[in-house]
Each structure stands twice: as C-alpha cells, then as structure tokens.
Design a protein around this ligand. Structure first.
Ligand code: IMP
Length: 424
C-alpha cells in the first residue's frame, strides 16, 4: 500500500527530518499531521542551513504535494516567515496546501503557554501548542476556515479575546490583548495564505485513490503523545501512528507501513522521568558527538543509553512494521555499549513501559552490555560492511523490539544512509 507513516519511537528528535527527506524522494505527497511550530528540522539548501517548523521538508521538491494537515496547530505568522524564507532562497511553495480545518495558534495562546509553564514546569517550547489544543478540545478555538469568514469570526473572536484578557489580567496579572489589532493582523495573514488553503483531506484521498505514494510525517515522538506518553510531560497532540489518520482525514485501512524512527541511544528535552539518562561524562560525550541541542529552542538535550523497553512499547502502540535507526555513528568511540532491557521497580522486574510517571521515576534500568565497534562507520554504505559489533547491536535492537530494521543512518548527509528494505 502506498501510504507510509513515519513516527518518532522515543521522545522526539530521533532524526525524523533526515528520514523524511530521504523518503520524500519516493513520495508524491508528504503530510504533516500534528503538532505545530514546537517541532523543527534543518534542511540544507545549497550549502545553507534553513530551519522549518511547520512546512514539511518535502517542499524542496517542487513536484510533490506538501500538506499541513487538520491535526496541526498553525501559527500563521510562522508559516508566512517560512514561506518567505523559502522564496528568498529561490524555492517555489506553490505545492504547499494548508488544511482549512487546522487550528490557529493565537498570540494569547503563546502568552498563556509561557506564563503557565512557569508553574507547570513541563518545559514546553512556549509556542502556544498546549493552549491551542486545549481551546480546540474545549470547542472555543478558531480554525483556518473561520478566518475566511470574517463576518462570523469577528464577533466570536472579540468575545474570546475578552475571556482570555480576564484570565491574563485578573488571574495572572499580565497585560491583555487588543482584539482589533490582532484581528487586523490575522486578516492580513490569512489574505497572504489564502491561496494555500484547501480541504486537504480530499487532496490526500485523491492521491491515495490513484495509487500515489503518500508519506505521513509525525512530529515529536511516541513518549510525547498526550495519551501514550509520559503524561503530563508530553506535548498536547498525537504523534503516534493513529494521529496520522485523525490529523489528516484518512482511514486506518489506507496505511500500509508504519516506520518507527529511533536513535541508537536516547535523548529527551524538557522535564520528566528518563530512566537511562546519563548525567556523567558518557552523557556529555553523547551530547557532544550527537550535537544534541534543540532545533527550536537551542536547549541541550538530556542523553542516555538506548532503552529497549521504550522501543517495544513504541512498536506496540504504533504497530511498527519497520525501524529506522539513526545516529549510529555517534556510538563510534565506545569500547562497550549498553541497552536497557527491563526496569527494576521496588525489586520487581518490569518488561512493559509503566503507565505512571511516579513509577517510571523510580525505575532502575537493567542493562546488557555489548562490545562497541570503536571505529568510524560514517562512510560505510553497505550493511554487510558494517563491523560485526555494529551488526550485533542492530540485531539485538531488532530482537528486543520485535521489529526489523529497514534503514540505518550513519551521519547527517543523505549519502550516509543504509537502506536494507524498501520502505514504499
Ligand atoms: P510543547 O509541545 O511545546 O507543549 O512541549 C511539551 C513537551 O514536549 C516539552 O517537554 C517539550 O520539550 C517537548 N517537545 C515539544 N516538541 C518537541 C520536539 O520537536 N522534540 C522534542 N521534544 C519536544
């Protein structure tokens, strides 16, 4: 089947951007289905690095349909900035479509996110993600199509701004927003974006009907999923595979493959329990070698050994058919490498990922230790040319997760990718 979903199998930042970019070559349509400008990936344009937060990296291929789906929360100003940035670099964006059903991130959402994270201490990206999804679920949010009908939008918007101002001024003792100023800005923005807006579910459906290859690109990762992640230290959307259906308007029967992208070790940004975290020189080494700093916020990422309990969980929650293992080269200088195979909680061995963060907080990883390869693998292009220790490490990951690997990344460049099974 031509529909492939790509999900992060850990806490995000697994290198999905590189894999998406690689698979986009074979795709006719790339769909982003959740999240917002909290995500970020770097694309290289003629030796220049450029960051995209909302627009799928498939935009670099003029002939491919690039969709921001209904499950995404859209900061209109940020999309315009990204479009302008692409235009300045000579990239055509006429292949971009934004769902008319997507929710709009308002300036007050970003303000509330920033204020509330001071006490909630989730360590959010302050991009207004949680408050926008909260309003969507509370049925007081605004969708892109609302902005296209100013006559209905104006009054409802003024009432909502008044409510938000009461919250900001009376409860948080912070300045409120001027509804008229915001309205004018929103109308200007929607005017600029109008030509990109569409009922994108219809477009994706049409592509699937005629047998085109569609790639659904998840942002963040399984453990940041609002239901299946380490709640409350999660994002407010569904990065898991099921999110691809609701966030783009296609049925589950359309999906042929679900690829889990996993780093060869583990990282996370923001707060929350992380059993295999290494707060020592080994963790530092992983951060330095892996350049583990956030694309969106620049924050240093917390680093640790690979956690197979997480991978098994991600395999089950997402129905993974394939694994893409990234950043294997980051482990090049280790004499030995460790994999967490279970957790010890109050003396008991746990093989399933706990449903409660307080339990997770107290879990001690049970490791196996394997010989490292201690050599540069970044130029190897064939699986069979990888050192035996690397192949053993990969085989152990497959065994522990129950998922076959189909793609390995041994460096950031497209050429540093080893494909062992076709993904479309
Ligand atoms: P929010 O998505 O900004 O609400 O942040 C909620 C949590 O998700 C925080 O721990 C963030 O650090 C984390 N998060 C959000 N986006 C990403 C991402 O793209 N990569 C990794 N972590 C993320």
């Amino acid at each position: 089947m031509p529909a492939v979903v790509l999900v992060g199998a850990q806490w995000g930042d697994e290198g999905k951007g590189k894999i998406t970019d690689f698979l986009a070559e074979q795709a006719d349509c790339i769909v982003r289905y959740q999240g917002g400008s909290n995500a970020g990936h770097t694309v290289e344009l003629a030796k220049e690095k450029f960051m995209l937060h909302l627009i799928p990296s498939g935009i670099l291929h003029a002939e491919k349909l690039c969709v921001i789906g209904n499950g995404v929360v859209v900061d209109l100003g940020k999309v315009i900035e990204e479009i302008d940035g692409l235009h300045q670099r000579g990239i055509d964006t006429s292949n971009l479509r934004i769902s008319s059903r997507a929710s709009v991130v308002m300036p007050y959402h970003k303000k509330i996110d920033e204020i509330e994270d001071r006490t909630k201490k989730i360590g959010t990206t302050k991009r207004g993600i949680g408050p926008t999804y909260a309003d969507k679920i509370s049925r007081i949010g605004f969708r892109i199509s609302d902005l296209l009908h100013e006559e209905y939008f104006r009054e409802k918007f003024a009432a909502e701004v008044e409510r938000k101002n009461r919250l900001l001024e009376d409860f948080y003792d912070e300045p409120g927003f001027d509804a008229d100023v915001m309205l004018e800005q929103l109308m200007t923005q929607i005017g600029i974006l109008k030509k990109y807006i569409a009922d994108t579910a219809c477009l994706v459906h049409t592509d699937l009907r005629v047998g085109k290859n569609v790639l659904f690109e998840g942002a963040q990762g399984t453990l940041l999923d609002i239901d299946h992640g380490t709640y409350p230290f999660v994002t407010s959307s569904y990065p898991t595979a099921g999110g691809a259906c609701v966030g783009s308007g296609i049925g589950p029967t359309e999906i042929g493959k679900v690829i889990g992208v996993a780093k060869a070790y583990t990282t996370r940004v923001g707060e929350g329990p992380f059993p295999t975290e290494l707060e020592d020189a080994t963790g530092e080494l992983l951060r330095d070698r892996g350049a583990e700093f956030g694309v969106t916020t620049g924050r240093p990422r917390r680093c640790g050994w690979l956690d197979a309990v997480i991978l098994r969980y991600a395999a089950r929650i997402n129905g993974l058919t394939d694994l893409a293992i990234t950043k294997l080269d980051v482990l090049d200088s280790f004499e030995t490498v460790k994999i967490c195979v279970a957790y010890r909680y109050k003396g008991e061995l746990l093989y399933e990922f706990p449903d409660n963060i307080h339990v997770l907080q107290e879990c001690i990883p049970e490791y196996i230790e394997m010989p490292g390869w201690n050599q540069d693998i970044s130029q190897i292009t064939e699986f069979n040319n990888l050192p035996l220790a690397t192949r053993n490490y990969i085989a152990k990951i497959e065994e522990l997760s129950g998922v076959k690997q189909s793609l390995l990344a041994v460096g950031p460049k497209r050429s540093q990718t080893i494909v062992t099974n076709s993904l479309f």
